[in-house]
Design a protein around this ligand. Structure first.
Ligand code: 6LW
Length: 503
């Protein structure tokens, strides 16, 4: 433990806030790598690195070329790529995911450096279903286990499977959605960890063990080993876990959870986030306590990564890895090379209501935060948006001489307010303020949109209830993404600021 880290110290959970569901983690020596689902966003499958399991830095996106992730407008929101498993075996990293859009299926990628490049996909037509896992036994046989839960033997180099998938174990009697399997050899047993109950409030984690990787499996008498269902805890929907050992040999679980706020039924707006929980082994079974918001600090020194700058000035030829787009990002529609130091977006279809919108955003990662951008709309129309999907977004949009606040909720599109502005670049802003956790008369947060005067004065165009940009209203598997878009012609963005404010 470092001098600055006291025994009673805590660290904040989630360890990776914002839309980072279905975490899968692997350890290579002193380094940890973690990947998450990315659904309809491109590039896909964010890759994180840590030395301490607590501080994570994004080092890339595994699927960053159309040959790996060809997401067309047929990919519905919350479609795309789900539930990766990341493992290190035989000197390389292995990533297996499901592309749920027609023509997709399960795919395997490899890399020697997890920050990339990752290979083109090896397709797995013999692997059914979603949530694929990879495990190798002592003879080097590779087992691929999927939701349901079933398993097939796989040649990971060619994608060939041997025999039909075999049912293994489906969790509790009548349990909904046995999924997210991960298989591990720990001590004398093979452990099969699964999620059950669905990814909503009933979510949980169960485990079974057997003497071989293909069973038979004996369920843990204390299943589910983790769930927050039916509790008043601030973190809900806990499930879809992966196990890992800390630097000192202690055991930990990464898992997804959500942070609902406001009145009934509680709305979560950041999507499913990645949490960490300590694990003890008792009589050969893992025991996981409550997943707390303030996690007891691990017993080893923490190694914070670089602090993310508030401002991106778009001064690099490539966009930083946190920037994601809806389905694709062709250079002719998005570039920092057309006007040096600016991000240029060229509209393709139309507004954020369309599946082919040209949008570049980052996950909203803090319950209370602010975002600003300076836009030059002289050749088009575009703005600053908070997006959940095509039917749930708020945006402040500029065209020459005017800015407007627009809201799209379900089938309804509303112009909430407008303001004349002088010709030329303008600064647009969004402030997101979470409501107090136990305030049962409100939504989860309020989003205030406006435009800045040249002296920095914020002119408010409207304040909107955040519940309409929540998963409980919109449905789906993602979370809010805040960013810039073009809805007509070409627009240029000088910079983008994202500032966490106190959460
Ligand atoms: C994923 C499933 C799940 O396939 O959510 O929480 C789905 N669990 O395992 C999509 O992210």
């Amino acid at each position: 433990m470092s001098e600055t880290q006291r025994a009673d110290a805590t660290v904040a959970n989630p360890v990776i806030p914002g839309f980072h569901p279905d975490p899968s983690v692997c350890r290579v020596g002193d380094d940890y790598y973690l990947v998450c689902s990315s659904c309809e966003y491109f590039p896909g499958i964010p890759v994180y690195h840590s030395r301490d399991l607590v501080n994570w830095t994004q080092i890339g996106n595994a699927l960053d070329r159309p040959s790996q992730l060809p997401l067309t407008t047929e990919t519905v929101s919350s479609g795309g790529v789900y539930a990766p498993t990341l493992r290190h075996h035989d000197g390389r990293f292995w990533l297996i995911v499901t592309q749920v859009t027609k023509g997709g299926g399960n795919m395997l990628f490899t890399a020697t450096d997890p920050s990339g490049p990752w290979s083109d996909p090896v397709r797995l037509p013999g692997v059914p279903g979603i949530d694929p896992d990879l495990a190798w036994d002592e003879d080097g046989t590779c087992w691929c286990t999927v939701a349901g839960v079933s398993q097939v033997r796989l040649d990971p180099y060619t994608g060939s499977t041997f025999g039909p998938p075999r049912a293994l174990w489906s969790g509790g009697v009548d349990a909904k959605a046995p999924e997210a399997p991960h298989l591990y050899r720990i001590g004398d047993y093979w452990y099969l960890l699964i999620a059950e109950g669905g990814t909503e409030r009933g979510h949980g984690v169960s485990i079974a063990r057997g003497r071989t990787p293909s069973g038979p499996f004996e369920p843990c008498p204390a299943n589910p080993v983790l769930t927050h269902r039916g509790t008043d805890r601030p973190i809900q929907n806990t499930g879809h876990a992966d196990l890992v050992q800390g630097p000192d040999g202690s055991w930990w679980m990464v898992l997804l959870g959500v942070r609902p706020r406001g009145g009934t039924p509680g709305w979560h707006v950041l999507g499913r986030e990645t949490f960490l929980a300590p694990v003890e082994w008792v009589d050969g079974w893992p025991v996981v306590g409550e997943v707390p918001s303030d996690l007891p600090a691990p017993a080893w020194p923490l190694v914070p990564g670089p602090v993310e700058a508030v401002r991106d000035d778009f001064d690099l030829s490539a966009l930083r890895p946190q920037w994601i787009s809806v389905r694709d990002r062709p250079a002719e529609h998005c570039t920092t090379e057309e006007r040096a130091g600016w991000l240029t977006l060229r509209a393709r279809g139309g507004s954020l209501d369309e599946p082919d919108v040209v949008f570049v955003g980052r996950r909203q990662q803090h319950l209370t935060c602010a975002a600003r951008t300076r836009i030059d709309p002289a050749e088009g129309r575009g703005g600053l948006a908070v997006r959940l999907d095509e039917e749930h977004h708020y945006e402040v949009e500029a065209c020459e001489g005017e800015v407007r606040l627009l809201s799209r909720v379900g089938p309804q599109r509303t112009v909430v307010g407008s303001q004349s502005v002088p010709a030329g670049p303008v600064v647009l802003g969004i402030r997101v303020a979470a409501t107090p956790l136990r305030d049962c008369r409100t939504g989860p947060d309020t989003l205030t949109f406006g435009v800045e005067e040249p002296d920095g004065t914020f002119i408010e165009l409207g304040a909107l209830d955040g519940r309409y940009l929540s998963t409980e209203v919109a449905g789906g598997f993602t979370g809010r993404v805040i960013g810039m878009y073009a809805s007509a012609g070409t627009v240029h963005f000088d910079w983008f600021d994202y500032e966490p404010l106190g959460s």
